[in-house]
Design a protein around this ligand. Structure first.
Ligand SMILES: Cc1cc2nc3c(=O)[nH]c(=O)nc-3n(C[C@H](O)[C@H](O)[C@H](O)COP(=O)(O)OP(=O)(O)OC[C@H]3O[C@@H](n4cnc5c(N)ncnc54)[C@H](O)[C@@H]3O)c2cc1C
Length: 436
């Protein structure tokens, strides 16, 4: 029996670890994880990688080493096709930077396949976005932004030291969801640290962040109270918050809004929505929705093929919310985590000839962190029974605990404890920001 999981992200890595321990180690099934990257970093941390407050090289998990420790195999590869009749997936040829082939195009056969390849930024076809804005879909894109940011700060510091001319570094972020909001606050922290670590000519007035949201408020998925509090906090930090402002196109160093207004910026980030990868639209005849998500049954098996499961951002499952409205399970880390748990149970049940379980999405609330400054959110279910509004230190602690819970699912208690301790030691030993 061979189970392949494609995508070692928030959901896929938790699933591979679980199945490796329960089936792989006992030689009851071969578990193979395939990912296009060598390492895993929990995606909700990407805005911290982008600002430099998190060093991806230190905080990432090596798939190969983790697989060895947890009873599953790992293959580096990018999924590019499938033959459902022969039960094989196709992995694209892998080339080095200089164009030489590292791995040729390959096939891998499976008995059960789990697709957990996440999502990509949706530019909704707005002209000029893909060419002129940075997306935060992967660690390499976040690192690219971080490098640009560091170089811009260094250049600006030199310019300010050489002349009295008014110069500023301008960042524009499109999308007032959690990513845009959190990145805005992180960037202000980054400026403070750059100034502290020697770029002293850069004062607060030399750095601007404009956060552009098409809807009437920031954080559309959260309550009015939270979005008002977040907007107030960001404005106090110095972020130029622009709600009800739709971007119609982008050019080099500027966003052009409806009505013709031009927002000029040295760095532009587009974080205004996600969709599943375009190639899923035509992937072995599996059904998809408008966001390219693979339609799944409540067991999380794809509608067209019970041997293929999908979970996380790339899975489309409708649920009925408490007001009786049908909504898609949201593309969030907690959904990926919960789906990984159900898929693990269902694969074990299939192997043990037991009936499959239906997935039930539990919304435990949302948390938004404004770097070290503060955090806001609402907690649902569990101890809070109804909805509990939290902010400040408590919200920040709850926010950090989400990552710890992911670490717990991946590493277990002892390693998570040691990793938490290592983070504390690193806070003392290492610079507070990645500076290059
Ligand atoms: C900046 C940012 C902040 C966020 N903050 C939050 C938050 O605070 N709370 C929250 O709940 N959610 C947050 N999210 C959303 C959350 O990160 C995702 O919902 C979650 O990571 C989805 O998990 P997943 O397992 O479906 O996919 P991912 O975690 O995205 O993992 C997908 C994996 O698949 C691999 N992959 C992709 N394509 C291929 C391919 N063709 N072949 C092989 N491998 C492939 C990728 O390398 C990756 O390892 C945030 C997202 C971003 C970008």
């Amino acid at each position: 029996m061979k189970i392949i999981i494609v995508g070692g992200g928030a959901g896929g890595l938790e699933l591979a670890t679980k199945l490796g321990k329960k089936l792989g180690r006992k030689k009851r099934a071969e578990i193979l994880l395939v990912d296009r990257d060598h390492t895993h970093i929990w995606k909700p941390l990407l805005h911290e990688v982008a600002s430099g407050s998190l060093d991806a090289e230190i905080d990432s998990v090596s798939y190969r080493a983790h697989a060895y420790q947890n009873g599953f195999g790992f293959k580096l590869g990018t999924l590019c096709g499938i033959d459902r009749e022969r039960k094989v997936i196709h992995l694209a040829e892998l080339k080095d930077d200089d164009g030489s082939v590292i791995l040729p195009q390959r096939e891998e056969n499976y008995d059960y396949l789990v697709l957990a390849i996440g999502s990509v930024t949706n530019d909704f076809g707005v002209p000029g976005i893909a060419d002129n804005c940075i997306f935060l879909d992967s660690p390499s894109q976040a690192l690219r932004f971080q490098k640009h940011l560091a170089h811009h700060f260094i250049r600006l510091n030199r310019q300010l030291s050489e002349s009295d001319a008014e110069r500023t570094l301008r960042v524009a972020i499109v999308g007032g969801g959690a990513t845009g909001v959190e990145l805005s606050a992180e960037l202000f922290k980054a400026r403070e640290y750059f100034a502290m670590y020697g770029l002293r000519h850069i004062k607060p007035e030399h750095f601007t962040v404009t956060l552009v949201e098409a809807g009437p408020k920031l954080l559309p998925a959260l309550s009015e109270r939270i979005s008002t509090a977040v907007q107030r906090e960001l404005t106090a930090l110095g972020v130029n918050v622009r709600v009800a402002t739709a971007v119609e196109r982008a050019e080099q160093n500027s966003l052009i809004c409806k009505g013709g207004e031009r927002i000029e910026a040295d760095l532009m980030v587009w974080a205004a929505g996600v969709k599943a990868a375009d190639f899923l639209k035509d992937f072995g005849g599996l059904e998809t929705n408008r966001a390219n998500q693979l339609l799944v049954e409540k067991t999380l098996q794809t509608r067209a093929d019970p041997a293929i499961f999908a979970l996380g951002d790339c899975a489309g499952l409708l649920r009925t919310d408490k007001d009786g409205n049908e909504r898609w399970v949201p593309p969030r880390a907690q959904s990926a985590h919960q789906m990984a748990t159900t898929v693990a149970k269902n694969l074990l049940n299939l192997i043990n000839d037991k009936p499959l379980q239906e997935f039930v999405y539990n919304d435990y609330g949302s948390l938004v962190s404004l770097s070290d400054y503060t955090a806001f959110g609402s907690l649902m279910g569990g101890l809070s029974r109804g909805t509990l509004r939290v902010e400040g230190r408590i919200a920040r602690m709850a926010y950090v605990s989400l990552y710890r819970m992911h670490q717990l699912a991946v590493h277990g208690w002892l390693r998570t404890l040691l990793l938490t301790l290592t983070d504390k030691i690193n806070n003392f030993l290492r610079p507070r920001l990645k500076l290059h």
